[in-house]
Design a protein around this ligand. Sequence first.
Ligand code: FMN
Length: 207
Amino acid sequence: MTHILHLDASPRGDRSVSRTLAKEFVSDWQAAHPEDTVTYRDIGHNPVPFVSEAWIAGAFTPPDQHSPESVEAMRISDQLVDEFLAADRYVFSVPMYNFSFPANFKAYIDQIVRAGRTFSVEPDGSYKGLVQGKKMVIITARGGSYPKDTPYHAYDMQEPYLRLIFGFMGITDIEVIHADNLMGGDEAKATAIANAKAALRSVASVS
Ligand SMILES: Cc1cc2nc3c(=O)[nH]c(=O)nc-3n(C[C@H](O)[C@H](O)[C@H](O)COP(=O)(O)O)c2cc1C
């Protein structure tokens, strides 16, 4: 049995392409693997808090020194980290905003990247990811496209950062599926969605 964490980051509802693709993927997955379980988190509609001074104080001092504000900040962060660690695989849908992702997604990252919980600092000063043996599918939606061998490839601060930050925590088995060129007209949008669905079906069949 596999436990999936399904997270949506778009603030849009049914009009969201990333959200719609992820919903279909998870639903197909559940039909094929009825024994698997899913936790759903919607940071698009219910954003998590930004890191605050109380959060920082709480994350870097022992619990018996925590103020009530730090206790509350750590309670929220611990809950998000526990949920993240409980999953075997991840299905995250993330729109591209200003060449990376919405601020709500960064807020989520800042809550779950925690020393001693999702990464450690080794005696030699190197970092070790503590989230091992997990698989991740990231579904993006983008108005433009950023193909290799074009000047626009370097504008993509989304996929490289997502691979880096989840890799930092130990997750390196990551499939990134883009629905891109969504603002390229009706035909381009339909083609992009069809291609993303085909890529997701192929991920589901080999996983
Ligand atoms: C605030 C904002 C910023 C955006 N920035 C970019 C961008 O930098 N590059 C891009 O290709 N598309 C950009 N887009 C277009 C979105 O990526 C596109 O509409 C996508 O479908 C949004 O995901 P969703 O359909 O899941 O909501 C932006 C859209 C918004 C609302």
